[in-house]
Design a protein around this ligand. Structure first.
Ligand SMILES: [Zn+2]
Length: 295
């Protein structure tokens, strides 16, 4: 662990740090996102409250994606019957993620508390291995923060003692997770680490490097750190996938658009990239080569 006393945040790409307190049987993760969340939010013009929630959900999705032990993806979806229609972030085992939110327009979101935003909602966490069975856990959205809702999920669905701290401003997102392993030494050891982590402030998390935060919090503990891993915004959309979805539309609808506009244009709802298809593309080219630069 670095003993550097520098308190200024140096330039770092988006990373997740994993660590373990092996004498206690407790694991931890710390994630710091800047460029990837800014790419996720780019051009969407979300109200600040919705953008905050998306940023924090992205941090949680990466905290959870590191636990995937196979090729696949994990999705966190929030749905409510009120203003926030749907918010989803999908992350892969390669730590690439994308996310979007749908919400009712003409509402002053700056006046809504977190509880009002998630009122009558639920959260689902879905794990989809490339091969094998899909798994989904659903819990009511019930908490004072997203961190608390995710903690509730783990306590109810997974029965894994988990604590999460999330902080963000409009350029950065920070997440810290502590989770008991099956061989946890004692409840006291978990409470002890939670006590140390609870001294974190938002200002500190958004201005100090991850290594320094870990040192400040846990320098008296026996902690084993793994190499930090990079996190990226990765949409995964492609001409091929777009074309496949177009082919699900009624043929006369496709013909009508081609007849009036000369081409059919579709936009990826996540990254907002536009794809244009001619009649030939749609009818005579079954396998287009993907040339999307987001990969
Ligand atoms: Zn896309």
């Amino acid at each position: 662990m670095s003993l550097c006393s520098n308190t200024n945040k140096t330039f770092m790409s988006d990373k997740i740090h994993r660590f373990i307190f092996d004498t206690y049987g407790i694991r931890g993760e710390l994630v710091n996102l800047t460029d990837s969340v800014s790419r996720m939010l780019q051009n969407h013009n979300y109200p600040a409250t919705i953008a905050d929630l998306l940023q924090q959900t992205a941090a949680v999705s990466i905290l959870l994606a590191t636990t995937l032990k196979f090729e696949g993806k994990i999705s966190i979806q929030l749905q409510t019957s009120s203003h926030l229609k749907m918010l989803v972030v999908q992350a892969t085992h390669k730590l690439g993620f994308r996310g979007l939110a749908r919400y009712k327009k003409n509402i002053d979101y700056s006046k809504l508390s977190f509880q009002e935003l998630i009122k009558d909602g639920h959260m689902s966490i879905t794990i989809e291995p490339k091969q094998g069975k899909r798994y989904q856990g659903i819990v009511p959205l019930d908490g004072e923060s997203l961190a608390q809702c995710v903690e509730n999920y783990f306590n109810q669905s997974e029965q894994l003692e988990t604590r999460i701290w999330l902080f963000n401003d409009n350029t950065q997102t920070f997440g810290l997770m502590l989770q008991a392993l099956p061989d946890m030494l004692s409840q006291d050891s978990f409470e002890h680490l939670v006590y140390l982590a609870s001294t974190l402030t938002k200002e500190e998390c958004l201005s100090v490097d991850a290594e320094i935060i870990l040192h400040r919090l846990f320098h008296q503990e026996s902690i084993k750190e793994f190499s930090a891993e990079s996190v990226k915004f990765t949409c995964g959309c492609s001409e091929k996938k777009m074309l496949d979805s177009i082919k699900l539309l009624p043929e006369d609808e496709i013909n009508e658009v081609i007849k009036t506009k000369g081409k059919l244009s579709v936009r990826c709802e996540f990254c907002l990239n536009q794809f244009h298809f001619s009649e030939v593309d749609i009818k005579q080219t079954p396998n287009l080569v993907c040339n999307n630069t987001q990969h």
